[in-house]
Design a protein around this ligand. Sequence first.
Ligand SMILES: C[S@@+](CC[C@H](N)C(=O)[O-])C[C@H]1O[C@@H](n2cnc3c(N)ncnc32)[C@H](O)[C@@H]1O
Length: 273
Amino acid sequence: MERWDEAEGQEPPGTTAAREARQYGDVAAVYDTLMEGVPHGAWLSRIEKAVRERGKAPRSVLDVACGTGIATLLLARRGYSPVIGVDLSADMIRIARTKATAASRLSERTVQFEVQNAATLDLDGATFDLVISLFDSLNYILDPRDLQSAFCRVFAHTAAGGMFAFDLNSLYALAHDLFTQTNLFGPVQHVWSANWDREARLCRVEMAFAIEDAQTGALRRFTETHLQRAYTVPEITEWLAVAGFANIECFGNYGTRPPGPRSDRLLFVCEKS
Ligand SMILES: C[S@@+](CC[C@H](N)C(=O)[O-])C[C@H]1O[C@@H](n2cnc3c(N)ncnc32)[C@H](O)[C@@H]1O
């Protein structure tokens, strides 16, 4: 398996759009603070319920677009092994590895992190009982062909009888300014301004951050531009089926019912029979 972050001058193929977008670089250092209050644990429990309902008992898990490894490390603590997290951003993976090293009960064999593009995922033929991708990571794949390719690569890395569960921001959420937010208090202050391109189904978010230095109180400022694309339930369902997945279900907002017209978050669950 090639380690893109360690091969000087190389980067995963298909990163052009992400690079132009300037995302998950500086923000990596404050990502976990921004995530306080995001219910990764509850989302994993909902996925575990879906897994049980299908009579599965997964051991190994792959977390695609794992970010700083919040869900990956939770899974390792819940006893899954091995657990591997992959992400396009070397900065996010660096933080994830630091956290894994600090978590003394986790051995290197239990949890690992790699820099990888989901669209070209290649883990040397390894397969997993469960593959997850949380918190609208796959909306960051802007070219539909890359998302279809990501589904094929995930299928190739799913064990026979294994499952794939992931969430997406719905078209409704991206079209309704979900990302326009201001927080001018605390150590991580931010002003985010979202712009929705209905034609291209692209949500462009200009993000300005000011991070307070704990010692001096001085503010360090930086900006990032994030781009997400909205996909519809029929599109995703078709592409999952083309990739080979079966028993495809979609739920609104991590609930137990199909999404309604105003569901923000879509949970997809499917399996490799
Ligand atoms: C909102 S964060 C979610 C991170 C993590 N899944 C979580 O739940 O906290 C989105 C992540 O998707 C990653 N990402 C975006 N495009 C990707 C791609 N093509 N392949 C792998 N990771 C990608 C970003 O680097 C970022 O870490």
